[in-house]
Write a protein that binds this ligand. Structure first.
Ligand code: HEM
Length: 223
């Protein structure tokens, strides 16, 4: 595992960011070439939704992977989180523009009438502050403890996103159940491994954060 970790340390973050963008570019290429089947909008919605959920789960897996296997992906966690957010934005932009044609009345009605859409919107609302505070500057401005508390929003966001997927299908198919199961398992692993909070307040940020930074599964590690 040490050899893998050494190789990972040398891996440029920009290369990982490009790798994260590749499935999106592949999808775009398919759309331009008319290779997305009979309902390309539905296909775009589905693929971007799945990609958002996969990157979210990958970001959540970083700490359990380090604890259980010693695999250190902490340098890449911010990139994975931002990839999840970028695919979520793309997913929602496709829904608003290509699917709903910016018919705002209809959009509001759908959000109110369909609980799975409301859950998706709740997930997006929770991911937004995480993406906005993913910079080193935001960590310094908020302070490590407040930043860590805020970034715990990634857990309810991931659960809401997995439920959004599960609820849009009437039956109980394996795929959404699998995503929900994986996210709940990652959540359980994180809660089990987290130090207990001191009475009256959150865990104090370490004076000099170790590599791996915060106890949150959020978008950033403390520099
Ligand atoms: C305002 C926020 C959101 C809206 C309006 C929205 C809307 C939609 C719509 C319309 C669909 C397709 C439903 C169908 O096939 O009939 C969908 C599917 C999906 N969405 Fe979202 N979504 C939102 C947020 C999210 C977020 C935050 C995630 C994940 C991080 C996500 C993941 C998915 C997944 C995995 C699917 C199913 C893909 C499949 O069927 O293979 N969505 N969403």
């Amino acid at each position: 595992m040490q050899a893998i970790n050494r190789a990972l340390r040398r891996l440029p973050v920009a290369a990982v960011a490009i790798a994260c963008a590749l499935p999106g570019l592949w999808l775009l290429r398919g759309a331009v070439a008319g290779r997305l089947g009979v309902d390309p909008v539905a296909r775009l919605l589905d693929e971007t939704g799945i990609l958002a959920l996969q990157f979210l789960a990958l970001g959540l897996a970083v700490t359990p992977l380090r604890r259980l296997l010693g695999l250190n992906l902490l340098r890449l966690r911010r990139t994975l989180g931002l990839a999840a957010f970028a695919y979520t934005l793309l997913h929602v932009a496709i829904w608003l523009s290509l699917d709903m044609q910016f018919l705002w009345g209809q959009i509001a009605r759908d959000l109110l009438r369909r609980p799975y859409l409301a859950l998706g919107a709740a997930a997006l609302a929770m991911l937004l502050p995480l993406a906005l505070t993913s910079t080193d500057r935001a960590v310094r401005r908020l302070g490590a403890a407040a930043w860590t508390r805020l970034h715990r929003l990634v857990y309810p966001a991931a659960v809401a996103a997995a439920l959004h997927f599960l609820m849009l299908v009437k039956a109980w198919p394996a795929e959404p159940l699998l995503y929900l199961g994986v996210i709940l398992a990652l959540l359980a692993l994180r809660l089990r491994g987290r130090p207990a909070l001191a009475p009256g307040g959150p865990a104090r940020a370490p004076a000099r954060p170790r590599e791996g930074g915060t106890s949150s599964g959020g978008f950033r590690q403390i520099p």
